[in-house]
Design a protein around this ligand. Structure first.
Ligand code: 5GP
Ligand code: ZN
Length: 119
């Protein structure tokens, strides 16, 4: 989709600080980080929300989650054995959640304590 910001990052038409890539996923640092680690993990194919992706291609959603965990390990937020020190995965879906880019992305957040409930 040529009018989608994240599709344009996948196409390398817009620069991004890429930290992890597989054949079906891409991960890059958020331009406006909310934590010491703030990485966005996306499927290379365009799907607007997690709900739409899981209906169309559930294996790809699993790939995105696996890539997010790999990023967390790479960033020192977890090991393969334990969730220490830990990290947060966020998927905003729709206007009430504040989704602004309509290409599914998981936020990987870590490096500081995370409050609950979120804002
Ligand atoms: P959402 O609010 O849709 O869950 O998250 C969208 C995220 O994309 C925001 O955290 C925002 O900072 C990030 N973002 C918006 N435009 C760009 C961009 O051009 N490059 C990068 N790396 N991140 C972006
Ligand atoms: Zn897209």
């Amino acid at each position: 989709m040529s009018d989608c910001l994240f599709c344009r990052i996948v196409a390398r038409e817009i620069p991004a600080d890429v930290v992890h890539e597989t054949d079906r996923t891409l991960a890059f640092r958020d331009v406006n980080p909310q934590a010491p680690t703030h990485v966005l993990v996306i499927p290379k194919d365009h799907h607007a929300t997690a709900g739409l992706l899981v209906g169309a291609d559930p294996g790809l959603l699993a790939d995105v989650v696996a890539a997010a965990h790999a990023v967390a390990v790479q960033e020192g937020l977890a090991t393969e054995e334990a969730p220490e020190p830990g990290y947060r995965l966020v998927a905003n879906s729709g206007p009430a959640a504040g989704q602004t880019v309509h290409h599914l992305h998981l936020h990987v957040l870590g490096g500081r304590p995370m409050a609950w409930p979120p804002g």
